[in-house]
Ligand binder design. Structure first.
Ligand code: DSN
Length: 414
């Protein structure tokens, strides 16, 4: 794979090799990550990188796009089939620009939007004060109920009726339960707001049929393509036909220049993979694995936010073990388990060193692990967290991790 760069730039080749080795020898458990197929990697590394294609298929601002047009058409056609969307724009560079493009397309600067607060599971671009979304629009935030840690749809409806937003954004980055997109769309409709769902985390579960789809209820749906969907790092916007024109205009020329057609090629490959029946098995196994991991962690005395999971991720509250999120993240890193420290709802601690960690099963499931391995993964994690300040414990956990990684190899021919 690195035959050319190895000859021309040994420093870069060596860094890439080290990262391949790191990915092969850790439990990668950040729930927004995945390991793509060699076919997706190849498509992303192709000569499609070389072309400027500003505009849309068959209406470009540069010559020589007759081949590129076929690729973008193919990606759009596959995405429509995968999600049952009326209109798809596959050009967004990533999730954050995609969300901003939707706001820019359908609202006036300063308009009111409702979105889920980052500290309770939302996303920066759903209206956080430090983000462009929170500065350019008047966001009001909703969160979860204190006692159940679940979304309270009646409270969200009441808030929508009082606030009368122009748009309601649903979707989360740290919410372990199902999201009722139909209810969100009904609430939006009842106050004359546009409904938007950001399904970046769960897109693969939606196409796999293990999470309810936001289609056909939701007006606009954004998603990244690199999380559970297991495609290249990038995004897309899907919408009802009536919103197609302003959305396309906001992506280009509103926010972006030349589309990354090599990444769009990777998206097309990933969509074809996700259309295969095996992908449904994969999505089902992600959820089974998350549930099994949750049971294992609970048995070890770790409290799970909401008591468990319906999707690919878990939020673990480490206060019962008297360990902070950052201490756990650092210790787990040393034991070759990659997670991120994360706030839990109503966290008494600060975001940089919060009370919890966020973890997920998409990558371990891609490697082929099942429920019995999840039992072991949970035990290894708990041992590392309890022994966060004991190098010998972390070393013992690392040995267990390396042993399992060998049984479930990754990128063997890279
Ligand atoms: N950074 C992503 C995540 O980890 O959830 C969201 O953009």
């Amino acid at each position: 794979m690195l035959e050319h760069v190895q000859k021309t730039d040994s420093k870069v080749a060596q860094i890439i090799q080290s990262e391949i080795k790191r990915q092969q020898t850790v439990f990668e458990m950040i729930p927004s990550e995945n390991m793509v197929s060699p076919s997706v990697l190849e498509a992303m590394g192709s000569v499609l990188n070389n072309k400027y294609s500003e505009g849309y298929p068959h209406k470009r601002y540069y010559g020589g796009n007759e081949v590129i047009d076929q690729m973008e058409d193919l990606a759009i056609e596959r995405a429509k089939k995968l999600f049952g969307a009326e209109h798809v724009n596959v050009q967004p560079y990533s999730g954050s620009p995609a969300n901003l493009e939707v706001y820019f397309a359908l609202l006036q600067l300063g308009d009111k939007i409702m979105g889920m607060s980052l500290s309770e599971g939302g996303h920066l671009t759903h209206g956080h004060a430090v983000n462009f979304s929170g500065k350019a629009y008047q966001f009001v935030q909703y969160g979860v109920q204190k006692d159940t840690e679940l979304l309270d749809y009646d409270a969200i409806e009441k808030q929508a009726k009082t606030e009368k937003p122009k748009m309601i954004v649903s979707g989360a980055t740290a919410y372990p339960r199902r999201i009722d997109f139909k209810r969100f769309a009904e609430i939006a409709q009842s106050v004359g707001a546009i409904s938007m769902a950001d399904i970046s985390h769960i897109a693969g579960l939606v196409v796999g049929g293990v999470h309810p789809s936001p289609f056909p209820f939701t007006d606009v749906v954004t998603t990244t393509t690199h999380k559970t969907l297991r495609g290249p790092r990038g995004a897309m916007i899907m919408c009802k036909e009536q919103f197609a024109k302003p959305i396309d205009k906001a992506v280009f020329p509103g926010m972006q220049g030349g589309p990354h057609e090599h990444i769009i090629a990777g998206k097309a490959v990933a969509f074809a993979e996700a259309l295969k029946p095996e992908f449904k098995d994969y999505a089902r196994q992600i959820v089974k694995n998350a549930k099994a991991l949750g049971e294992s962690l609970s048995a070890e005395g770790i409290r799970l936010v909401t008591g468990g999971t319906d999707n690919h991720l878990l939020l673990a509250d480490l206060r019962p073990l008297n360990v902070t999120g950052k201490q756990a993240e650092t210790a787990l890193d040393q034991a070759h388990i990659t997670v991120n420290a994360n706030t839990i709802p109503f966290d008494p601690r600060k975001p940089f060193d919060p009370s919890g960690i966020r973890l997920g099963t998409p990558v371990l499931t891609t490697r082929g692990m099942k429920e019995s391995e999840m039992q072991e993964v949970g035990q290894l994690m708990a041992r590392a967290i309890r022994g966060w300040d004991k190098p010998s414990e972390l070393e013992a956990v690392k040995r267990g991790v390396l042993y399992l990684c060998k049984q479930f190899p990754l990128y063997e021919d890279l």
